[in-house]
Write a protein that binds this ligand. Structure first.
Ligand SMILES: [Zn+2]
Length: 343
């Protein structure tokens, strides 16, 4: 369920490009001078922000005086091409990779990109700043930051086969609700969204740039993937979408201006608050319809027959691939039916 089908990658690519051309983002929405010949496409969404597509999950890149901050790292296969794309944009070192989730197409480039990077504090420690922080990890490479549940799900108890090799795992984790830092003149808040797509999801809010990387809380190519095996829930997903609504601002009252919060999803094209509103409403309405039927004691077959995704199927539905509309409905049903049995 964590993978992205080829057609979704293709959709992400074309939609990323289309979003920059079609969304009225004014002079800031310039397509960077990048050749898509290697399958990697780069879209500049703000002066210091780029979306790198075609490498699995979307990668958000922020660049400033102190270096490069990446949100997610794409797939392992694409890592060298992603690094080349970053190098075409800036010679500055990669300082941080922030992982929004533990899916292979979001963390797969961690090792390659972290090794190509440089720890932000190594120089300060060498200069005798007296810092002994655990940020100095990863053999001087870039830090890989994620919620601790990401590390837990990527590891395994001693003696068991871990789902991910050590080089891909986070080097710095946090257990509480939010991790904050200031880099490149940006307040950056990494905010945990418990039990949404998985139990390790974070959204990454760049306060000055007003850009939010949402990870797979938003997947504009389909209904959100609720990964039950790794702690995802529909209620947590809806909570996370509402949290994103709270963090986002639209261009009101001066509607002729371009200012607005930009949301970079795990897959697909860049959203603004109105797009998010539609997505949040679609997910919530489908959940409410299924809840009504579950409350009436309907079976899964009856729920499916009642077509609870009516009106949203053409936009977010999928009949094939790793995450179909049926799977979305089944997942919501099983969670709500289990809750009902507990009552
Ligand atoms: Zn994803």
């Amino acid at each position: 369920m964590s993978g992205t089908a080829g057609r979704n990658i293709a959709a992400a690519l074309s939609w990323c490009a289309a979003a920059a051309l079609v969304l009225p983002l004014g002079g800031l929405a310039r397509l960077a001078a990048q050749s898509p010949a290697d399958g990697i496409e780069v879209v500049q969404i703000r002066p210091d922000f780029y979306v790198i597509g075609g490498a699995g999950g979307n990668i958000l890149m922020q660049v400033g005086a102190e270096g490069v901050v990446l949100v997610d790292s794409g797939s392992t296969q694409a890592a060298d091409r992603v690094l080349a794309a970053i190098r075409r944009l800036t010679p500055r070192p990669i300082r941080y990779i922030i992982n929004t989730t533990m899916d292979a197409d979001h963390v797969g480039g961690n090792e390659t990109l972290a090794r190509a990077g440089l720890s932000i504090l190594a120089g300060a420690v060498a200069a005798g700043a007296g810092l002994g922080d655990d940020l100095i990890t990863n053999a001087g490479g870039a830090s890989i930051l994620a919620h601790e549940n990401v590390l837990a799900r990527m590891s395994a108890p001693t003696g068991q086969q871990a789902p991910f090799p050590p080089g891909l795992r986070p080097t710095k984790t946090f257990a509480y609700r939010m991790y904050s830092m200031y880099l490149n003149g940006e307040g950056i808040q990494v905010i945990h969204q418990p039990a949404a797509h998985t139990d390790g999801d974070t959204v990454v809010f760049f306060r000055r740039g007003d850009v939010i990387a949402t990870g797979d809380i938003i997947d504009t190519t389909r209904f959100p993937v609720i990964d039950l095996q790794r702690g995802g829930t529909i209620q947590g997903e809806i909570d996370a979408l509402n949290r994103l609504m709270d963090l986002s601002i639209h261009n009101l009252p001066l509607q002729w201006r371009e200012e607005r919060t930009l949301l970079v999803p795990g897959h697909g094209h860049v959203y603004d608050k109105l797009d998010l509103l539609e997505y949040r409403d679609a997910v919530t309405v489908v959940r409410d319809r299924i809840l009504d039927l579950v409350t009436q004691g309907r079976t899964l077959a009856e729920v499916k027959a009642a077509n609870p995704t009516l009106g949203y199927r053409s936009q977010y539905g999928a009949d094939s691939g790793p995450w179909t509309t049926d799977m979305f409905v089944e997942t919501i049903y099983s969670e709500l039916a289990a809750k009902r049995r507990q009552k």
